[in-house]
Design a protein around this ligand. Sequence first.
Ligand code: NAD
Length: 524
Amino acid sequence: MDRQSATLPVHLSRTLFDRLDGLVTAIADDRDGRPVEAPFTGNVVSEVVECAPQDVALAVDRASDAQQAWADREPADRARVVQRLHDLVLDRQDELLDLVQLESGKSRAHAFEEVLDVAATARYYGYRTEKILDSERRRGMVAGLTRTEVHRHPVGVVGIIAPWNYPLTLAISDAIPALLAGNAVVLKPAEQTPYTALLATEILREAGIPHDVFHVVTGDGATLGPALVEAVDYVSFTGSTATGREVAAAAGRNLVDCSMELGGKNPLLVLADADLDRAVRGALGACFTNAGQLCISTERLYVDDAVYDEFLERFVAAAADLDVGPSYDYDREIGSLVSKAQLDKVESHVADARERGATVHCGGQARPDLGPYFYEPTVLTDLPKDADAACEETFGPVISVERVDSTAEAVARANDSEYGLNASVWTEDEKLGRAVARDIDCGTVNVNEGYLASWGSVDAPMGGRGKSGIGRRHGPEGLLRFTESQTVSVQRHPLFDAVGIDSGLQAKALTALLRLWRRVPFLR
Ligand code: NAD
């Protein structure tokens, strides 16, 4: 390794990385290593196995061979594995938090959100899957004469492609329902955060997942991603809109179903009657969690004229006061950006905003004194609508605030985007908040919360519209996407092929029957 090795946080050891390297599925054991960086320092954590497309093929083959035996187990038996996973993730959180922070550079509190998410998802699906997968009776063609039921079968092997920003959550929280539905999984984590995915794999195996039912391949996304999409029966992709388009097109060519959880440019609306204490605190969390590298975090604020001046003053003061810096304890509020590429993007959006005349109220600077990729929480106003930071996802701690004259204008500005992932509305009038929420073109809308209320409501679907993606995670929808439905209908008495009856007469009789049918409420 050319660069210095990262000093490990207290709950990790070098032997852990050797053990985790052994969990990667690869045909040959002499594959190159790929350096993984610690964003707090820029030092190298370790070198992870650089898999090749043949390794993806091997992983999918093994997963495919193991899948049927897993699917044949009772749903309650599969659920017990996930219930154990819930407890193990809580028990082993010190290691998980250290590793999430080491690879992603986020603060400890933001890393803990990932532990919370995995536990909540494991609890929800661990106890609800049996009911969600239950076969259902549906109305038959003719009541009493046709018995129809719908069954759910696993699709086979699910390919999960995950980003770096929530390396624990996004490695495992989609895998949980996929596995519980009886599928095998092959996971391709992001290049920046493979070890978190591998530690999650170790914990999943400790919880009882059969070895070949869950595989991980590590390395370059542009090399391994297409090979994975080509081979699997369903693609669950989370990442940028640009890559998502390519992945969805490849899945489409193969006629396999997919879900695309993509980027956002999420609005937050402060209405005239909002409680400003709560709104300022809530907006801070919505904007700066994980240094803004959260798909559902806020990047656009629309504030009613009635409270704009006071809100802006308080929000800027609070943003400037956030404690940014590296720490493996809960004592710093905001961590680092993940990489130089991410820092470059944030800097270019702020430079473009400045050039176009935006006002920078706080931040607007990298902080190399804290670590190579730290960036200050930044609040902009007067941002032209065509500026990069106004219309493209920055994915960093850069927020624009805009004055609006009415709630209607706030909603119109919020909807003036090609993205449609998440939104937030602040008002003391809950009824108004719920009504405004329904007018916003986003997959999730939070009233008097930034993102956690919807994200944490794991019984309800979550996902984006427009450039933010297709498909939904969470809730029954998040599990049923990993199944094929099958309709079985039993015809107890023949209807249309009565021998010897003139087909013209039959058509007349059926026409009369259809007319009657529409008029009888309980038959409709
Ligand atoms: P990215 O698209 O660069 O990478 C995501 C994953 O795709 C990585 O594992 C990468 O290796 C892989 N990949 C790269 N090229 C590929 C290809 N040609 N085929 C298949 N896979 C390929 O995204 P990123 O920078 O890692 O993540 C940040 C983005 O993810 C942001 O836009 C963010 O909004 C989005 N995101 C969305 C959600 C959501 O739920 N909607 C959640 C988290 C992140």
